[in-house]
Ligand binder design. Structure first.
Ligand code: PMP
Length: 429
């Protein structure tokens, strides 16, 4: 038994399933999760002293690589000045300025402690602002474990085969409508039936929780105009795509202005942070200015702000994001080429520093939930373990996308592509 296996056994004596978030348990791929000892740049090091090139990047946050010296320094400096005050700090305004500088639609914003908190709060605000109850979401999109959104949710819930969770009362989801992703006609139909009751449409503009599936321009444009026409709030859940699909998020990539945006992951640079924000008139419905209640003891925490501010500063440096995008394209194209060389059918999606590999016979780009669900999960499992044996850590689920960082340079990408070649040759057999 190696060290990870024995740590996992002990963990299961204390934590349900041995983990604090389900996807980490390797249920989707089988086997024992790797226990991480430390990480640096593009690499993870496990408790058995193995090194892996990391394409999970903490599920997104590690866009400047792990333990970036400038981020670590900023965090240590902030920590030395006190961990939490529960009173305003200048750092919170600096964070808000940095976010608004990159995502101008967030005219006013509020910091929270996770992506889930961001989406939960944005929904309450949208309902409070419009005085309506119905929320529209899309199959295969995941917005955190918010009760009212655990309806045909993606991510861990999909992997575990429990699309709706016990513990969520029927009464809580009765106002949640789930439509087909990338299907503008479905959205038009729903709005023509109940447009005046819709408080908000929440969407991942680049879906990162049914592997990586970019929204189509037509689909997202349609959502924008339907919301405007019917007085509903358009919420872009950019917890994953924020500072990844483009520096300004998916809304910059598609040139669409949502009413509210949810952020997480990158915005905290690896600390537990989320944010939501948008139109000033909507945001000013929040307490203390308005009647919609939302609060948090640790929200805007000084150590978390330091990590996030430094991370945003680094990725904003001239040319850096373009290089990140280019190296991710290089990887995506390399994967396609290596698969073609051995005659292995697959599709690769990529937007900015997000990508997804799909084992599918279908010779068309993956744009729908149905197509994702038709991919070969068994082949993915074999692929995942073979890559792990090659020292490459991919997301341990066929329904999760991949992430890169500015430390994944050409040398790292070439090492990865050579591993892909060897693994593809095995998979063909
Ligand atoms: N929205 C999206 C798009 C996400 O990908 C996630 C997490 N993967 C969340 C919300 C929830 O964020 P958190 O896990 O920080 O609560």
């Amino acid at each position: 038994m190696n060290h990870s296996q024995s740590l996992f056994e002990t963990a299961q004596e204390y934590l349900p399933g041995g983990v604090n978030s389900p996807v980490r348990a390797f249920k989707g791929v089988g086997g024992t999760p790797i226990f991480i000892r430390r990480a640096e740049g593009p690499y993870l090091y496990d408790e058995d002293h193995n090194r892996y090139i990391d394409f999970v990047c903490s599920w997104g946050p590690a866009v400047v690589g792990h333990a970036h010296p400038e981020v670590v320094e900023a965090v240590c400096e902030a920590a030395a000045g006190g961990l939490s005050f529960g009173a305003p700090t200048e750092a919170e305004t600096r964070m808000a300025k940095a976010i608004r500088g990159l995502v101008p639609s967030m005219e006013r914003l509020r910091m929270v402690n996770s992506g889930t908190e961001a989406t939960m709060s944005a929904l309450r605000l949208a309902r409070g602002f419009t005085g309506r109850d119905v929320i529209v979401k899309f199959e295969g999109n995941y917005h955190g474990h918010v009760d009212s959104l655990l309806v045909k949710a993606g991510s861990g819930a999909l992997t575990l085969g429990t699309p709706t969770s016990p513990g969520v009362p029927e009464s809580v989801v009765k106002d949640t409508v789930t439509l087909n992703y990338n299907d503008p006609e479905d959205a038009r139909r729903a709005f023509s039936e109940m447009g005046e009751r819709v408080a908000a449409v929440i969407v991942e503009p680049v879906a990162g929780n049914m592997n990586c599936v970019p929204g189509t321009q037509d689909f997202l444009n349609t959502l924008r105009s339907l919301c405007t026409e019917h007085g509903a709030v358009l919420i872009f859940d950019e917890v994953m795509s924020g500072f990844r699909a483009a520096l300004g998020g998916a809304q910059a990539h598609y040139e669409i202005t949502p009413d509210l945006t949810c952020l997480g992951k990158v915005v905290g640079g690896g600390m537990p942070v989320g944010a939501f924000g948008g139109r000033r008139d909507i945001m000013e419905h929040l307490a203390p200015l308005g009647p919609v209640y939302q609060a948090g003891t640790l929200s805007g925490n000084p150590v978390a702000m330091a990590a996030g501010i430094k991370t945003l500063e680094i990725i904003s440096r001239p040319g850096l994001f373009q290089r990140l995008e280019q190296s991710t394209s290089y990887l995506a194209q390399g994967i396609r080429d290596r698969a073609r060389e051995v005659g292995l059918p697959l599709q690769v999606n990529q937007v900015g520093s997000m990508f997804g590999v799909f084992f599918t016979e279908q010779d068309t780009p993956v744009t729908s939930y149905a197509h994702v669900m038709n991919c070969d999960v068994d082949r993915f499992r074999r692929f995942f373990h073979a890559m792990l044996a090659e020292g490459v850590y991919m997301a341990p689920s066929a329904f999760e996308g991949g992430f890169t960082s500015i430390t994944h340079d050409e040398g790292v990408m070439d090492d990865t592509l050579n591993a892909f070649s060897r693994v593809f040759a095995q998979l063909k057999r």
